[in-house]
Design a protein around this ligand. Structure first.
Ligand code: 5GP
Ligand code: MN
Length: 337
């Protein structure tokens, strides 16, 4: 039996299925959770989604009602973990990725757990593990689950819309080198199932707030430092600056790729101070310029070869000094003759 068939069998024999995903919800964690949720319902079973925190507001156009958030309803989430007889772990590779409160619930749960993920270095805490580090997104792997368990005919707009969105957001609108021929085959199946791709693009990409655009303008004109010799751009935003532009979760997500679009730039790093820490995003271009584990080795993080995330508890000036020293070490200037 292939692993996807095994997962289908586990769904069909479970009575209380819990779907979880990582902290700092994003398009893929939310999209893959909702897609799996609607697939399970279509199989005639019931599921619950519990996430550590709220989805960013740019995803408000989705029906987020199946998601219970730990930050808001911790008792309901606790009960869900206690009552579950099958837990899905989507879009994360180790238990510390769900935040400390949910981590202890997850680690105490004795029922079978299934990981479906595409991040590097999966930790072995699940009984069934799909860890495809070359997959574009976890949402793409949920489509594989539906197809390869023999349920492709069940794909409809309700299941497909969040999955399309998950693939779209994790691939920068199908641009990154994680996109393979198979990704487009999977997308074709979603469109054939009724997904209205043009509406998703419009609702996601062509819907901004004035404050988000102003924050982007400020970040680019006032807060971007370019280390020319190393081809690295660094943007840093303090808590006060984010507050001035009425920062909402997700507002800084596009900054790293925008900076990386500068001709000749190899790496872009964005630091933003929130929730008492500095969140750091690393992005780089191409297989020949991996982020090189900068986040995994020095900022308590991880992720993918060209996209990593991490954090710092040092104040902003010290964090910036540390990053600049590491940039010179990891991405030394090329010797020109
Ligand atoms: P972002 O910069 O968008 O927060 O994250 C980039 C990638 O790294 C995403 O795939 C994200 O899931 C992953 N990532 C972000 N923060 C962490 C972290 O603290 N630990 C690990 N292992 N991965 C992270
Ligand atoms: Mn993902």
């Amino acid at each position: 039996m292939n692993t996807y068939k095994q997962i289908e069998a586990a769904i069909l024999s479970a009575s209380t299925i819990l779907i979880t995903a990582h902290k700092s919800a994003d398009g893929d964690s939310v999209g893959s959770s909702l897609g799996l949720f609607h697939f399970i319902e279509k199989l005639g079973k019931k599921a619950l989604i519990c996430h550590p925190d709220k989805a960013p507001s740019f995803l408000d156009f989705l029906d987020l009602s199946p998601i219970t958030v730990m930050d808001e309803e911790s008792e309901k989430v606790t009960q869900a973990f206690i009552g579950a007889d099958l837990i899905f772990c989507l879009d994360y590779n180790s238990t510390d990725r769900v935040g400390s409160e949910m981590q202890s619930l997850l680690e105490s749960a004795t029922c079978p757990k299934i990981m479906i993920d595409h991040h590097l270095d999966p930790q072995g805490f699940t009984s069934i593990t799909i860890s495809e580090t070359s997959a574009s997104s976890t949402a793409e792997l949920i489509v594989e689950l539906i197809e390869q368990s023999g349920n492709g005919a069940l794909l409809d707009e309700k299941i497909g819309t969040p999955l399309y969105l998950g693939i779209l957001t994790d691939t920068g609108s199908f641009r990154f080198n994680s996109v393979k021929a198979r990704t487009h085959e999977v997308l074709a199946k979603l469109l054939a199932g009724g997904v209205q791709h043009h509406l998703i693009h419009e609702l996601l990409n062509d819907t901004n707030t004035a404050s988000r655009l102003r924050l982007q303008g400020f970040a680019m004109s006032e807060k971007m430092e370019i280390m020319d010799e190393n081809s690295v751009a660094i943007i840093s935003l303090t808590k006060e600056e984010l507050e001035k532009y009425q920062y909402k979760k997700g507002d800084t997500d596009s900054l790293a790729n925008l900076a990386l679009s500068i001709k000749g730039m190899k790496v872009a790093i964005v630091l933003s101070e929130r929730d008492g820490i500095i969140k750091i995003s690393f992005r780089s271009k191409g297989k020949q310029n991996p982020v090189n584990g900068l986040a995994a080795n020095h900022f308590d993080g991880g992720g993918h070869a060209n996209a990593e995330g991490g954090m710092s508890t040092l104040p902003m000036p010290e964090t910036l000094d540390k990053i600049k020293a590491l940039v010179s070490e990891y991405f030394p200037c090329e010797v020109k003759i």
